[in-house]
Design a protein around this ligand. Structure first.
Ligand code: AMP
Ligand code: ZN
Length: 114
């Protein structure tokens, strides 16, 4: 728990969120500014600042996030596919410095960066 971190406060229940999934490692909730019919943030319960801070000690949280993504996508009916986005650091457009994965779907996603 990082006292100044927005997502740590959400995980801790200090700030309300629209929770869609939770387990020992992962908390997931609807993005407050959705970019598609389904836009969920999948967040590790440990405070990891960004993808740049993933290492051998904490990478289990990344694996658990992706396990959760598969479950949430199925529960949300995203049978035809979806996109997972991670913005890392300033150049990557990250605005909340707690590692998170955007799970986006429910429509045909046209814009491709790569
Ligand atoms: P990023 O720009 O990749 O760091 O993504 C941060 C995301 O957090 C943005 O899509 C915001 O809309 C979302 N966000 C910020 N504050 C909240 C909040 N209180 N509840 C839900 N989503 C939020
Ligand atoms: Zn945090």
């Amino acid at each position: 728990m990082n006292e100044k971190c927005l997502f740590c406060k959400i995980i801790n229940g200090d700030i309300p969120s629209a929770k869609v999934y939770e387990d020992e490692y992962v908390y997931a909730f609807r993005d407050i500014n959705p970019q598609a019919p389904v836009h969920i943030l999948v967040v590790p319960k440990a405070h990891i600042g960004s993808a740049a801070e993933v290492n051998a000690e904490n990478s289990v949280y990344v694996a658990k996030c992706y396990e959760a993504i598969a479950k949430i996508a199925a529960a949300e009916g995203l049978d035809n596919g979806y996109r997972v986005i991670n913005n890392c650091g300033e150049d990557g457009g990250q605005s909340v410095m707690h590692l998170h994965f955007h799970l986006i779907g429910g429509m045909k996603l046209s814009e491709k960066i790569i």
